[in-house]
Design a protein around this ligand. Structure first.
Ligand code: C2E
Ligand code: MG
Ligand code: MG
Length: 613
């Protein structure tokens, strides 16, 4: 019964104490005026006045219910607040025993005992929180203080001073709800889940059973929110909560622990097969389409699974490991469910450290742009440069962008890196323009994840303008898969760029979807044939045939054709034979720092040997 917030009870107790001491002074048997006293009348008048004041005091306490009882615990006093609290009028209450009025059946024995102890041993009833009973049968939570008077006489009385605790109880229940439950779905929240999970684990330990913890993360939930509004996002979460809670066994736990993440714990598992069955049951909840914004939408989720005792001893450890496994599932395009393992743990820790170092590297200026010249196959001049990112960590060996870009793509870091690249390339292009360096364009690379951010292209354009550059000064490169995966909005933004005179190239052409027919749908200005074709074409007629076809169609569509990975004289002869426009590769230049580009381009009238026609 002592579940209330302790500080509330303590304050109440102090206030009641003050009240009771005043009450006791008033109720204590008055000194009867002695007969024959000269001032008897005066004393009697004072006594009556005192009595009247006391009654007025009792009546005027609207929140404090006071009842008086005689030696048989029959009501002798009942104030208005008691009527409000317990439902009986003073007339109804008078003369009736306490036990018949407000004592619930389960407290009878206790009160009888207390009554006996009072009468026979002068033992008072301790104060405390009680749950008494209203006339209509409802429970009434009170803090009850008992004052015993005239103990050593034949006429003992007891006064109960009860303070209604229902408000506090309600507030406490609300507080408890807010700290343990999720307001939207009414499922447990992380805190409540952790508390209950520890209890479930203790039970599993006692019974020698296992527990399976499944972590579920909805894919692209933020996109649902952005596209359909938060109301629809909320509806989706409530619907999923509903699906996950249906046909749950008693003892299974379910919680929403962050915006689009749910966890479930299934205790009492005795065999391995049930683990898989339970995971399938969770997957099942995502299968049916969700009714959203007037239509039905299919959604997917990633699941991470950890089991007790194999993957963790405590609730926190299990949640963390299932979360880690879920994170692995997110990274993998294929896997929808990942089971935690130690190897996975080590791999993720390594990845995590690397991400931290990458992030620090960006903040501490460890990134630089290198530039690789593109040489005109006909004139031998260098019209363009491709900007290629380099990370040169102060504390160790550098890492290739083909390793760290995919890593950065798994978080928002890619956007910060992308912003840095745009800014740095624009700054450098403007500086070279101001220095009068003969150069047409710097091309920068955009990855798939970067392109999925709606404001990338507008921000890119704004950056170009801010540096006072023209659209012809900075181009972009995208792989064919990125183009194919683009939604209508992105394609429209690309068309807009193209219209304004920006150069858009298809990178690594031939390695992706590779259908020539789609070329006409995309607003591109050039295609860059992947280096694997260049290296294989001298030996493999099929590669050569594909390359020739690509060059032919590219030219027919009015596109500029570039060959990358030209490493040898043999490659060069081949690409010249095919009438490729621009040549990029180690045969001429490796990617180089800006200073080297400057000396290269300031060598006046520089033409690359063997290419001038
Ligand atoms: P990519 O855009 O296809 O870049 C061409 C890659 O081929 C570069 O590797 C370049 O150094 C390399 N390369 C150039 N000529 C030759 C050659 O003759 N032989 C060989 N074997 N390789 C040659 P790098 O610089 O390591 O970049 C790898 C990839 O990383 C790039 O492929 C691009 O997809 C990505 N990347 C580089 N910088 C950025 C960037 O700033 N942003 C984004 N999103 N991705 C970038
Ligand atoms: Mg490129
Ligand atoms: Mg490439």
């Amino acid at each position: 019964m002592n579940g209330g917030a302790p500080s509330v009870t303590r304050r109440l107790r102090q206030r009641l104490h003050r009240l009771i001491s005043r009450l006791a002074e008033r109720v204590a048997p008055p000194k009867r005026p002695s007969a024959g006293s000269r001032d008897a009348d005066l004393v009697r008048t004072q006594y009556r006045e005192s009595e009247r004041q006391f009654r007025a005091l009792l009546e005027s306490l609207p929140m404090v219910a006071i009842q008086g009882y005689d030696r048989d615990w029959r009501v002798i006093y009942w104030n208005d607040a008691s009527t409000r609290l317990y439902g009986y009028t003073p007339e109804e209450a008078h003369g009736r025993p306490l036990q018949d009025l407000i004592i619930p059946p389960e407290m009878r024995e206790w009160t009888d005992e207390a009554h006996r102890a009072w009468l026979e041993h002068d033992r008072g009833i301790p104060s405390g929180e009680l749950e008494l009973r209203h006339r209509n049968g409802d429970p009434v939570a009170v803090y009850s203080h008992h004052v015993m008077l005239n103990e050593h006489t034949d006429d003992p009385v007891m006064f109960c001073v009860d303070v209604d605790l229902s408000e506090q109880k309600r507030a406490y229940r609300q507080l408890d709800f807010a700290t343990r439950f999720d307001r939207l779905t009414h499922l447990l929240n992380r805190h409540g889940f952790e508390e209950d999970l520890d209890g479930a684990l203790a039970e599993c330990r006692r019974q020698g059973t296992s527990l399976v913890l499944v972590y579920l993360d909805i894919d692209h939930f933020s996109e649902v929110n952005e596209a359909l509004g938060y109301n629809q996002g909320d509806r989706l979460l409530v619907e999923l909560a509903h699906r996950l809670s249906s046909n749950r066994r008693a003892g299974d736990l379910l919680a929403r622990i962050s915006s689009d993440e749910f966890v479930m714990a299934f205790p009492g598992i005795r065999d391995r097969d049930s683990i898989q069955r339970l995971v399938q049951k969770v997957e099942e909840a995502m299968r049916a389409p969700f009714p959203l914004g007037g239509r039905s939408m299919r959604l997917t989720a990633c699941l991470g699974v950890a089991t007790f005792p194999d993957n963790g001893e405590t609730g926190r450890e299990l949640i963390r490991n299932a979360d880690l496994a879920k994170g692995r599932a997110k990274l993998d395009e294929e896997a929808r469910v990942v089971y935690f393992s130690q190897q996975l743990h080590d791999e993720m820790i390594h990845r995590h450290r690397l991400m931290d170092r990458l992030e620090r590297g960006l903040e501490e200026g460890e990134f630089v742009l290198y530039y690789q010249p593109q040489v005109s196959a006909s004139t031998g001049r260098i019209p363009n440069l491709e900007a290629l990112l380099r990370w040169i960590p102060a504390d160790g060996s550098s890492m290739s962008p083909s390793e760290f870009i995919p890593l950065a793509e798994r978080s928002d870091l890619i956007h910060r890196i992308g912003d840095w690249v745009i800014e740095e390339a624009c700054r450098q292009r403007a500086a070279w323009r101001d220095a009068g360096l003969g150069l047409q364009r710097i091309d920068i690379n955009f990855s798939g994840r970067q392109m999925r951010k709606a404001d990338l292209l507008p921000r890119f354009r704004a950056s170009v303008e801010r540096h006072g550059l023209n659209p012809e000064d900075i181009g972009i490169e995208l792989t064919e898969n990125v183009l194919i995966d683009s939604d209508e909005e992105t394609l429209a933004a690309l068309r807009d760029l193209r219209h304004r005179g920006f150069h858009i190239g298809i990178d690594d052409f031939g390695t992706g979807y590779s259908s020539l027919s789609y070329l006409k749908h995309f607003p591109v200005t050039s295609l860059k044939i992947d280096q694997s074709f260049v290296s294989d074409a001298p030996r493999w007629p099929e590669d050569r045939a594909i390359m020739e076809a690509a060059v032919f169609i590219g030219h027919r569509l009015g596109l500029e054709v570039v060959a990358e990975g030209v490493e040898t004289r043999e490659h060069l002869d081949l690409v010249r034979e095919m009438q490729i426009d621009l040549v990029q590769g180690f045969h001429f230049f490796r990617p180089m720092p800006a200073a080297e580009v400057e000396s290269l381009l300031t060598a006046t009238g520089r033409r690359i040997g063997g290419l001038s026609s």
